[in-house]
Ligand binder design. Structure first.
Ligand SMILES: *Cc1c(COP(=O)(O)O)cnc(C)c1O
Length: 637
């Protein structure tokens, strides 16, 4: 047994506190000794591997923290689940069409991820969605023959030619027409190359959705055709004798749609478009409903924008039965259903792991027994308040102490109170505030005047990572990701903390956390043990984070390692990608690393000439410089 584990706290308490079972989707669990595990289902039953073991294995392979860890099994499992859930819903409803998924490349373009999706997904004919020439090129290279490709976004001549040739190569490549201006070019190029295209139309669904991406749908959405444009495009295609090419209807309601009723309303509207176009003689065969399937980041199954009030089975059933019911009146044949789930496919597969470098506490130092005789009257009053802090009236006592602290600061600025007295007074205030905090913990409800106190006294844990590089949505759109220690969870987490990253930017922090019972401004963590690593994980971050990240303070890409858990409980490191070196990051901002080295060499040579260093020191310095250029941008442990 771990010597520090205390009988009044168990791993089960930690699991409950951090809500692993709520947001983990069954993919993460905990050992009785307090280590978070990744849990993979095999035919023979579940297999669990502690993340800390994976971290050790990766360290032994030469990769330091921070680290983006991908667990391939989890991606495979999501693809299976998505496809099987739709198949099951289709079977239960007696629906006549089939389901086919496509992965929108923009959600995670990384080669490791796309390769896994196309290879594993082949058994379900899982396709890709591309929104730019670069995405189309990688899709053409990675997708198996006969694969389904859906092309959204603006298309120029080069894009269109490439897509047309894809048809010739045996792909099913749909151009989704997003704006009327694209059509003449598509018609002209297909006639010039003698290739008949597969076409889709993107409609604007007027049913509005909630959540963070409400602008994606509705009249003002920058994507898709208005009804007037839709009718025009159909007429133009008929006139060009290309109506037979128009086989797909597309819509995308938005991302992370938390409410199933809004999805139902959107699907009903899209199905009405479908039915009426078919009635007009458009030979549609597929209905593509885009993305929107949400991830329950906070694990409370509600309409909260970071959650969702439905299961995957509910989602599939809702789509299948809504199309079925809406088409019943028209008698149109059931379309094949396509969805473009990005977030829900990849979010679970990746986690960011980092170590804590240091902690800042907001604790009082040891206090003197008596107030110094020469103390300013306000300092003396602060002293008396502190002595009384266990029993003074909570709000009034705290507010007086706070007021005195601010007055003393002003007097210090005016030169009326010396540094030592200010320091004593600040220390006294901190001690009083701590005492107030302790007393607050005994109360069932925190008085509104003191609601900020826990956050103001929270420790700051300095993490070896950059929010801007690894968790851009946390900064840009207040996306909340589950964060927790990955070990020591059989110990009570006694500290309350926020997490600061390495950048010199006050936005470079995590200060909103998901715990069972709701969002909190501080995260319970364990005290650091000198000489021991302490690792935290940020979970569910496989969607949208990797290519949105930036080089703030020149922290580059982290190492990325993909592992696969085996049925016997071992794991294989499948792919390793070293993070950016300092030289690479510098060259992204237009420095020439060799020129930098030469500049430094000139300085060292001058120092030798001037007798400030000797030749062996010069060599050591130059080796250090060269080796730091080759090294990782993050802190070494
Ligand atoms: C971004 C996007 C998606 C992915 O949406 P998710 O909510 O991540 O599933 C799908 N289709 C289109 C057209 C998109 O722009």
């Amino acid at each position: 047994m771990n010597p520090r584990s205390k009988p009044d706290w168990t791993a089960a308490d930690s699991a409950a506190l951090y809500g692993v079972d709520n947001w983990g989707g069954g993919n993460f669990s905990m050992t009785p000794s307090g280590e978070v595990t990744v849990k993979v289902q095999f035919d023979s039953g579940p297999v669990e591997v502690p993340l800390i073991e994976i971290v050790r294995g990766i360290k032994q392979r030469g990769h330091d923290m921070p680290l983006l860890l991908r667990i391939e099994n989890l991606l495979d499992a999501r693809i299976t689940l998505l496809n099987e859930s739709f198949r099951e819903a289709i079977r239960q409803a007696g629906y006549q069409g089939r389901y086919q998924g496509v992965f929108p490349v923009k959600v995670n373009q990384q080669a490791q991820v796309i390769e896994e999706i196309t290879q594993f997904g082949a058994r379900y004919n899982h396709g890709l969605e591309a929104g730019s020439k670069a995405e189309l090129l990688l899709a053409l290279a990675k997708l198996p023959e006969h694969g389904l490709l859906v092309c959204n976004g603006y298309k120029d001549r080069e894009f269109i030619d490439l897509g047309l040739w894809a048809d010739k190569l045996g792909y099913r490549c749909f151009f989704v027409v997003e704006s009327p201006s694209e059509l003449p070019l598509i018609i002209a190029r297909s006639q010039a190359l003698g290739i008949r295209p597969l076409l889709g139309l993107r409609i604007k669904v007027s049913a509005k959705v909630g959540g963070l991406w409400t602008e994606t749908s509705g009249d003002r959405s920058s994507f898709g055709l208005s009804t007037a444009q839709l009718v025009q495009v159909v007429d133009d295609l008929r006139a060009a004798e290309m109506l037979d090419c128009l086989q797909l209807l597309h819509c995308h309601l938005g991302s992370q749609i938390p409410d199933l009723e809004e999805i139902r309303a959107g699907v009903r509207e899209a199905s009405r478009f479908y039915a009426d176009l078919v009635a007009e003689g458009v030979p549609l065969r597929s209905l593509d409903l885009g993305g929107g399937l949400a991830v329950d980041y906070i694990g409370n199954q509600t309409k909260h924008s970071h959650s969702r009030n439905y299961s995957l089975a509910d989602y599939c059933r809702c789509i299948v039965t809504t199309i079925q019911q809406t088409l019943a009146a028209s008698g149109a044949a059931h379309p094949d259903i396509i969805t473009e789930s990005g977030r829900a496919t990849v979010a679970h597969t990746s986690l960011l792991l980092f170590n804590i470098l240091d902690v800042m506490h907001f604790e009082a130092q040891a206090l003197p027994d008596r107030c110094p005789s020469d103390a300013h009257p306000l300092v003396a009053r602060q002293f008396a308040l502190q002595q009384d802090a266990a029993s003074f009236e909570l709000v009034a006592g705290y507010q007086e102490a706070l007021g005195i602290r601010d007055q003393i600061r002003q007097l210090f600025r005016d030169g009326e109170i010396p540094l030592r007295q200010r320091s004593l007074a600040e220390n006294l205030f901190l001690a009083s505030a701590r005492q107030v905090l302790q007393r607050l913990e005994q109360l069932s409800e925190c008085p509104a005047e003191l609601s900020e106190l826990p956050q103001n006294l929270a420790d700051i844990y300095y993490g070896n990572f950059s929010v801007f590089q690894s968790l851009p949505d946390s900064w840009a759109i207040d996306q909340v990701f589950p964060v927790m220690p990955i070990h020591r969870l059989a110990e009570r987490p006694e500290r309350d903390a926020i997490i600061s990253d390495l950048t010199c930017d006050c936005d470079g922090k995590l200060d909103c956390f998901i715990l069972t019972g709701g969002e909190r401004r501080t995260l319970p963590l364990h005290p650091l043990v000198p000489g021991e690593d302490y690792f935290l994980g940020v979970f569910l971050m496989g969607a949208y984070q990797e290519t949105l990240g930036d080089l703030h303070n020149l922290f580059g890409d982290t190492h990325v390692v993909s592992v696969r858990v085996n049925e016997n409980g071992s794991f294989d490191v499948m792919k390793e990608l070293s993070g950016d070196s300092v030289a690479e990051v510098l060259s992204f901002v237009e420095y020439d690393p060799q020129a930098l080295y030469n500049g430094f060499r000139d300085k060292a040579e001058k120092a030798v000439r001037d007798g400030r260093i000797d030749l062996s020191e010069r060599q050591r310095l130059l080796e250090e410089f060269a080796s730091r250029l080759r090294g990782y941008t993050y802190y070494c442990s």
